[in-house]
Every structure is written in C-alpha cells, then in structure tokens.
Design a protein around this ligand. Structure first.
Ligand code: ZN
Length: 383
C-alpha cells in the first residue's frame, strides 16, 4: 500500500468547495487532477451536465448505486383511488436507476442518503447505467469508526453510515434482551455528534414496563415511542413522516420485525431494494426504504424514508473528540463548569467536578459511569 489515504474530512471539504457554486457551469477547473496518474493533459470537452436529473441514493453495492429519480412519481403516486399505490404499473423499476460514479468525482465517496445529479441513461431500464456527476452538500453525516477487524495499517477507518439523515431511531427492546443503556448512550453520542435528532424506540413493550430506561434518561429531552407486537404503528409513522430516519439496534431487539412491519415485503418490490435479504446484497450495507403512504388525514404528508443498517453492530466513536462525547451527555455538561482547565473527566482526574456533581444528585451516577466507559473505550472500543 504505497499511496497514503486521504482522510475523509478532507474529502468532504473539497466536496463542499466543489459544490459551493452548484449553479455554476461545470468546467475543467472542477476536475480533480490526480498527479502521477497520467501525464496526458485533459483536453476533452466535458459535457456540462445541464441535463442532469436529481437522484437520491438508496443502496450501494460494490461500486453500483441505486438511485431514485426524485421527480418521478415515487411518492405513492396517490391519485384519489382509495389510497392504493401504483403497484408495478409504472414500468421499469418505478423510478430507480442504477448508476456509477463519474470520474470527475475524484475520491469523494457516495453513500446512502446522498442527493446526487445523474447523467447518461437514467431510464432505469434493465442494464441501463447512469453516472453520478455531482453530490449535493450534505445536511448531516452520520459516522462511525470502523470495527477492529476493519482496521488498516493507517489506523481506524472512519465510515460514513448515512448522509442527510434527520433522525436516528435507536431501537431497543425492554426485555429479551433487556435494554443496553451503554449501546443507547453510544448511539446518542453519534446522533448528537452528527447533529441528528435521536428517537428512542422501545420494543417488546408487552414484556416489561419502560420506567427503568426512561428514568435513566429523565434528564434528557429524549423523545421515545413504545412498540409491542400487536400495537399499531401510527405514532411511530407520524414521527417518521417527512424525514430520513436511520434505524439502529442490536440483533434480537426486533428491529428487523419493525422494518418489515413498517415496509412490508410487498412494498419493497422495487429495483435493487428487493435484493436485501437475498444474500448477495451483503448484510452490512445500509438500505433506504420508502415508507408506504400514510392513511387518512396524513395523505398529503410524505411518509418519509427509513434507512436500515443491518451491519452496524456498534458505533465506534474513536473519531469523536472527548469534548463532543460530552454532548451525548447533556445532563453532565453543566457539571464540568467547575472542572480544572483541560480536565479529561476520567476517574484519574482528582479534581474532576463531575463526581461532586453526581454526588449532589444533579445527575444519575450511572450516566457518569457510562460516559467514562465511553471515554475509556474510545481507545479500546468495547462496551
Ligand atoms: Zn472533569
């Protein structure tokens, strides 16, 4: 491995700069030149992409990107006919297009949730391949540090899980298995770090009351929703409407069941999306699924999108600074005001004010313990 990897933040920087003048014509200056790659000057006139159409990336698989053409009638196409969606009536793939990255994107990555500009064959017909020529500036970037087994010689890789998410839905069961607040805390840090709103979705509410978990988060303004096998999902659907929500959760908490209830298999018979669960589409990829149209009065609201993240078992937080980590614990922030300068808030800091803060009853001692576990785990990454 001779050539060093450029760090992804740098990629993001250049990407944003490139997109700053989105209305500007695309020209040679926008093309990133990779020194050493080719000494041949680029003289070919590039297409201006004024004919590019807007797409939304819903799946990524080995260099192929499944996109939805945004102005296609994908939002249910709901004519007033008793809420029935067009089922397979709209020809090839209901607006999904398979695309590859255009070379002018350089090394900037394209991830699920990205809003992109597409040129080429955007018909969506079998075998048709479009090109992604632009990536819109992201409103949010949900990251995780890669797991240990993905560590390279250069250290931990930072992975972008989803772009442009509005909400992180943390799915946790109330029993069987019992809630793991360490995992929830970790997700909260990731959400706050990405500036995405968290939503705690507590499943198996028929097996245990939510009091314990909710009490643990009493100091936080953390919205929650309860789900049990027989319950309707209206409240949850309401919270998902008009947003791009990422669902995370450990296996066994009922996340897959929830995804299947929210988006029944019949609703997924669209393009590549139907490939999830078929093996080849690796279980580690995130996939965006459009929610079915809302019933009744919600007809005019977009039902929203959910992103399932089957492969995300934990949120490695090595990329989050100690200071940002604290943002996941708003109940502790005020307690650090009395800390000495540059306090690392670890148990080794004799003068850390957090111990007194908790002792005085200002926050749950378990929250401080959890914060310190996360602080310590950023080196080792276990919880
Ligand atoms: Zn401190």
């Amino acid at each position: 491995m001779a050539h060093p990897r450029r760090s992804s933040p740098a990629d993001d920087e250049t990407g944003s700069a490139e997109l700053a003048g989105r209305r500007r014509e695309y020209d040679e200056d926008d093309v990133r030149v990779r020194p050493g790659r080719s000494s041949r000057p680029r003289t070919r006139t590039r297409p201006r992409h004024s004919d590019a159409v807007d797409g939304f990336v819903i799946a990524v698989d080995r260099g192929r990107y499944t996109c939805v053409i945004e102005d296609a009638p994908t939002t249910g196409g709901s004519r007033e006919r008793d809420g029935s969606r067009e089922q397979g009536g709209s020809g090839s793939g209901s607006g999904t297009v398979t695309a590859m990255r255009a070379r002018e994107l350089g090394r900037k990555s394209v991830v699920v949730g990205d809003r992109v500009a597409l040129v080429g064959d955007t018909s969506g017909a079998a075998g048709a391949l479009a090109r992604i020529v632009r990536i819109a500036e992201r409103t949010s970037v949900l990251r995780r540090t890669a797991d240990d087994d993905e560590t390279t010689a250069e250290g931990r890789l930072e992975r972008v899980v989803v772009a442009n998410a509005d909400q992180l839905v943390i799915v946790s069961s109330l029993a069987d298995p019992p809630p793991r607040t360490g995992f929830i805390d970790r997700c909260l840090v990731a959400a706050y770090d990405a500036d995405i709103e968290p939503l705690l979705c507590l499943t198996k509410a028929d097996l245990a009351p939510p009091g314990g978990v909710l009490g643990y988060y009493a100091e936080l303004d953390l919205p929650h929703v309860l789900v049990e096998p027989g319950s309707d999902l209206d409240e949850l659907r309401g919270l998902l409407a008009e947003r791009l929500s990422v669902l995370v959760g450990h296996s066994g908490v009922g996340k897959s069941t929830l995804v299947n209830r929210l988006v029944p298999a019949a609703e997924r018979a669209v393009g590549t999306v139907s490939a999830i669960g078929r093996g080849r589409h690796t279980s580690t990829s995130a996939v965006a699924l459009r929610l079915p149209a809302l019933d009744g009065g919600g007809r005019r609201r977009h039902p929203g999108w959910i992103v399932d993240t089957p492969g995300v078992r934990s949120f490695g937080l090595a990329h989050v600074s100690a200071e940002s980590l604290l943002h996941g614990f708003p109940d502790l922030v005020e307690g650090t005001v009395e800390c000495p300068p540059n306090c690392e808030h670890t148990p080794d800091e004799a003068d850390c004010a957090l111990d007194a803060w908790v002792a005085a009853g200002n926050a749950d001692p378990r929250r401080l313990a959890s914060y310190r576990r996360l602080l310590a785990s950023r080196a080792g990454e276990t919880d």
